[in-house]
Design a protein around this ligand. Sequence first.
Ligand code: ASP
Length: 590
Amino acid sequence: MYKTHTCGELRASHIGQTVTLAGWVNTRRDHGGLIFLDLRDRWGITQVVANPEIAPAAHEAAAKTRNEFVLRAEGVVRPRLPGKENPKLATGEIELEVRALEILNPAKTLPFLIHEDEVTDEQVRLKYRYLDLRRERMQRNLMLRHKVVKFMRDYLDAQGFIEVETPILFKTPPEGARDYLVPSRVHPGCFYALPQSPQQLKQLLMVAGVERYFQIARCFRDEDQRGDRQPEFTQLDLEMAYVHRDDVLATVERLYTAMLPVVAPRKRLLSSPWPRLTYREAVARYGTDKPDLRFGIELYDVGDILTKSEFKVFRGALDSGGAVKCIVAPGCAGYTRKEVDDLTTFAKEQGAKGLATLALTAEGVKGTAQKFVSSEEVAALSERTGAKEGDLFLFVADALAIANKVLGALRPWFRDKLDLADQDVLAFAWVVDFPMFAWDADNKRWDAEHHPFTMPKLEDLDKFETDPGAILSDAYDMVCNGYEMASGSIRIHRRDIQHKIFELLGVSEHDIQHKFGHMLEAFEYGAPPHGGMAPGIDRLVMLLADEPNIREVIAFPKNQQAMDVMAGAPSPAEPKQLAELHIRVVEEKQ
Ligand code: ASP
């Protein structure tokens, strides 16, 4: 080994010992005579002092070093001079008086500083990711991620789960996103698909008798990139046989409840056990199926209070079967015209035609709806919502789905503006009873809301012919602080129901056999009832690390154009490779 100790290890108890350290020069200070080097490795920083009188050769070598040179330093541990201790460093009581210093490798001037968290353009950080990862923040994130995954593995192992690897080269799975395809050389014109998730395989493992499966699984989805999306991401994929919904939820809730104090002791759970909301309730109260429960500002349907309203905006919505919903922004009655205009612009971006307001000021009721709302109506609105003087009502009158969407988007807007949510609080919750199907108006067909292997509620089976939109499923999501953290479901294990679902989704008999024949066949050989879920690991670590996006917690992420700017991927293939793969590239027409 190049070192006897790490750079974070030496304490007063080591004083007098001869040791060897190795690492990077974090900073270097030349005090004319003495040279001080802060030597850094993954574990910390130790001050190394080169004294020309004690070790002239080592001092000469130290004089040649620059930031990020790689060194090996042998010397004697000694106490720092009185008053020179550094309480901020774990090794701050001591320093290494160097006797021999070897430069293992010099370093060019770096594109950015490692030892300071200076703001650096993300593209530059990604191009030099191996340098970016040397920074303390990124080292912390890597470590946290490691601890999370290790905890999951150990915990699930103790609960009788086994980790099974499933193939990366597989077949189009029905998760609803676009696939990454891999051409086959030996089967011209045929392609593997990279798994969007190991969904089918984990279900087949249940048929195979594994009973409790998990995998730290890489998933690939060719979707448009957003802050919290990556072309490849990692899930804790798990599946259990002989379980009902609540067994799966309890297993995962217990895992997270045990894990959080260990991996992120600073974070607090808002409530334990985690609250459960039905999908309907979540959307009605928060305007979204992934609500942030750390603060109030709930949505209220107030159409019944305003039935007699002459206000065109309210009337129009109510008469055409829509809704009037509102939220109350606490303490915002004094918003200026400009602030209300900004809010309206935001609401319009979310699809609203406009925003109506009522401000409960000390001088009376103000706002765009003021002229049209009677004092009785204001009293009834305040009674329902708990609004008081100083508060601002914001109304959206529109189709119910739009009112929910717009007000649901305004909640986090106020959360951030009014600083309503504590970053250290984790508001985990379960959302259950999702609709089984969603109507795709563009393509005039039903889509599976979760995926087609999800079990519909058995009591809803008779609605298949009459009202598919009303069928609920045994699907569930885990949400936290406004993010979807996991989804899962109890699965269909009966061939007849599975076949019926494919039919309703408009999958042709040919495609059913061709794409899913293996699943249907497996269900005929004694498939046990089963269910599972797949919590996202990137998003969890992002939340625990207080990072703004998942790229910060992935060692080598793609940028927002799905590119690896360090290695330059994707890149054109050699003509020979393309020929072997039976592929001809068609020039994009400009
Ligand atoms: N495979 C699903 C997904 O990736 C999760 C599950 O149903 O377990 O969303």
